[in-house]
Structure formats: C-alpha cells, structure tokens
Design a protein. Structure first.
Length: 153
C-alpha cells in the first residue's frame, strides 16, 4: 500500500504518514539548544528512513508580514532541510502552497478550521487533534490526504 507523507513545516508542525487506512502522526521533533528550539534533524531523518513514503507533500512556507527576521530565517531553514532530506533519501516530493491544498480540501484559513475540516474528512482520526495547539497535526493530515488523492489519480 502506498504511504504518503504530509508535512506541516516548522517547529510546531507535524509529519503525517497516511496510506488510506492508517494515519501515523509525529509532532515535529525538536531540541532545545542555547535557549532556542530547533528541529531535531536526526530524529526527523530516522522517522522518514524507518518507513520511507511513496511520495512526500511538503507545505511551502510563505513569507508573512508580521514574522521577524529570525522567524523567517527559521522557516526557510526548516523548508530547506526538508527538501535536502528528501533529495538525500531520493524520495519524490511536491511543495504545495497552503492556499492550494486548503482550497482543494475545502479547509478554512484559520487553525480551528483545519481541525474541524480534518475531523470531517478523517473522523476516525479526530481524536489526534483535540486541542487548539494540535492544528499542525490536523494540517499535516489534510496535506497527506490531499497527496493521497493526487497519487490515486
């Protein structure tokens, strides 16, 4: 069975492995280094390597007006790491803009909307995003579902 990996990028993001029947979620692994949270790149690589997906859909990070320079750098670093990792593991990937996958999935822009829409489309997995802070889980799941639909065509 083909597994799709949906990635909601960033420190509060999530990785969702979906094969049409099972959904495995991993909150983005992070480390604390010198009072700053950073991606745990080795943990991310191990998760992907243990069960390589058929295709990876990565949310393309877009600049936001109220994000600091450090925040923008961190977002770009995260995206670049993911692209390098997929290239290194020779995994096919697609960068998908938030507006594109959200429109296709009928998902509102707000974070609670993502949790509500994920609960509608994946009701058997709704227990995975009960809290507002779990919006990354819902978004990664929707990205994986989006990718699964694309790969099924």
């Amino acid at each position: 069975m083909k597994t799709i990996l949906g990635i909601d990028n960033g420190l509060l993001g999530c990785m969702a492995f979906y094969n049409g029947e099972e959904l495995m979620l991993y909150d983005m692994p992070t480390l604390e280094i010198k009072n700053r949270r950073v991606l745990d790149m080795q943990a991310i690589a191990r998760l992907i390597k243990q069960d390589p997906p058929w295709h990876v859909y990565i949310e393309k990070l877009t600049p936001m007006p109220k994000i600091s320079g450090l925040g923008s750098f961190s977002m770009g670093h995260s995206e670049g790491f993911m692209l390098g990792l997929m290239t290194g593991f020779n995994l096919p990937y697609t960068l998908i803009r938030p507006n594109d996958w959200k429109k296709q999935m009928g998902c509102p822009a707000d974070k609670d909307g993502a949790r509500a829409r994920a609960s509608q489309l994946l009701p058997q997995f709704a227990h995975n995003w009960p809290l507002k802070k779990h919006d990354g889980r819902a978004e990664a799941s929707l990205i994986a579902l989006y990718g699964f639909g694309k790969e099924a065509k």
